[in-house]
Design a protein around this ligand. Structure first.
Ligand SMILES: [Zn+2]
Length: 433
């Protein structure tokens, strides 16, 4: 049934031959629609071990060809790389993040890669497109030439080009480092400055009830922090059976607690800094053991939640849900203090309500879905939980540029964003216990 439908050009497939011969042809042909059709029409159950390997190689080469096509489409979608800050570009990246369900930083880096490969690294992209070079190798080139001028980047590309398809990632990194230093001897000094701007602290889940706190610091900064932790951890007593490692871990946590209890610590939305722990009323009363939710971490075991909820130190902000998973309301029916309203909305939505944004709600603005009208309250949107949601600065601005319209379903809490291209994307807040 494939006969006659495909090919016609020089080098087209051998659609009627034995499967192994067809796979061998596909493995060395220039990737394109002919090879895709050949692979799709292949009876894989009839392949020998050698034929299967040829087919695997052919699939890989087609994927590279498609990856190159993806880069060209992405670069065209995002537009002129010299105007990265204008509203149109921001909208294009935001919508890309929704369409592919990736975060904005990932969408930005995909666009950056596409611009590099369709711009000054066009030769590398051509090698990917031919099936000879993997997208991963191309990414290593992009990273290596990051701080270089166009001319130096071209020199590096020419030096490593012939090896891109054959070197292992480790070999390629070494070749790239050497080529970068040869093309621009000052780059090591500058890259030290660049590393310094990359310093950061990250926290990630590590098994039930545990988390890893990780920091990339300047050497002297890391030494300072460790000296402070060692100093605090050196205090012990005869009845303290903790190991030195355990005392160090506790000392680091104590540093955080001290800051949260400082009366001068900055407030957000009128609330003093604290860590929110959301727990079901039934769990708090000991009727069941539903996992609770720790803001910035996610689910934690019920036993930990009960301990935190009972802690009087003020480190923890306790939020309680009813059997339907709805946050139990704060204020009264007649008067709702603004701080409590803010606390309610921030706890309910947890992050900016743009579908791919992870900005924590407490660092967001509280936006009126329907604008408030201070002169005529009957006509403007009300200041109540139904009409408020958190938006980070970037997405607050994006809302007001007219690129998006927003609808919040009051029953489900889902927020639907409709872009001016007509696509819709829905943001679903993480479930509360
Ligand atoms: Zn946002």
């Amino acid at each position: 049934m494939n006969e006659g439908g495909v090919g016609g050009g020089v080098g087209s497939g051998v659609l009627s031959g034995p499967p192994d011969a067809r796979a061998a042809w596909a493995a060395q042909a220039v990737p394109g629609p002919d090879v895709v059709a050949e692979l799709a029409g292949l009876d894989r159950s009839q392949l020998s071990a050698e034929g299967r390997l040829d087919a695997i190689v052919a699939v890989e080469r087609v994927q590279r060809w498609l990856a190159a096509m993806g880069h060209r489409l992405l670069a065209a979608h995002a537009g002129d790389p010299c105007r990265r800050d204008d509203l149109q570009q921001r909208f294009a990246v935001d919508e890309l993040s929704c369409a592919l369900a990736i975060s904005r930083p990932v969408a930005e880096s995909r666009v950056f890669e596409a611009h590099q490969l369709t711009g000054r690294l066009a030769d590398t992209l051509a090698r990917v497109e031919s099936g000879a070079v993997s997208p991963y190798a191309a990414r290593l080139v992009i990273e290596a030439v990051g701080g270089l001028t166009d001319q130096a980047a071209a020199t590096v590309q020419a030096a490593v080009g012939p090896h891109l398809g054959t070197a292992t990632p480790g070999q390629l990194r070494r070749r790239l480092r050497r080529a970068v230093l040869a093309a621009d001897p000052d780059s090591a000094e500058r890259s030290l400055g660049h590393s310094h701007t990359e310093r950061r602290v990250a926290c990630r889940e590590s098994g039930p009830g545990m988390a890893e706190l990780w920091a990339l610091l300047p050497a002297e900064g890391a030494a300072t922090v460790m000296a402070a932790i060692n100093c605090l951890a050196s205090v012990t007593s005869a009845d303290d059976d903790r190991s030195l490692d355990q005392r160090r871990a506790d000392a680091l946590v104590d540093l955080g607690v001290t800051v949260l209890h400082d009366p001068a610590a900055p407030r957000h939305h009128g609330l003093r800094p604290a860590v929110s722990v959301t727990v079901a009323l039934s769990t708090l009363l000991g009727h069941d053991d539903q996992p609770a939710d720790l803001t910035g971490h996610g689910p934690i075991p019920a036993s930990i939640a009960r301990r935190l909820a009972a802690d009087p130190s003020g480190t923890w902000r306790r939020l309680i849900t009813d059997p339907a998973g709805q946050l139990l309301d704060y204020g009264t029916t007649t008067y709702r203090p603004p701080a409590d309203l803010a606390r309610h909305v921030l706890a309910r939505d947890q992050t900016c309500t743009f579908p791919t944004c992870a900005q924590p709600a407490h660092r967001c603005d509280l936006d009126h879905l329907h604008p408030a009208n201070p002169l005529d309250k009957s006509r403007g949107g009300a200041t109540n939980p139904a009409n408020l949601h958190p938006l980070c600065r970037a997405h607050h601005r994006a809302k007001h540029t007219g690129h998006w319209t927003i609808h919040r379903d009051q029953h489900t809490g889902h927020t639907t964003w409709t872009s001016k291209t007509g696509h819709t994307y829905t943001s679903i807040p993480p479930p509360l216990p």
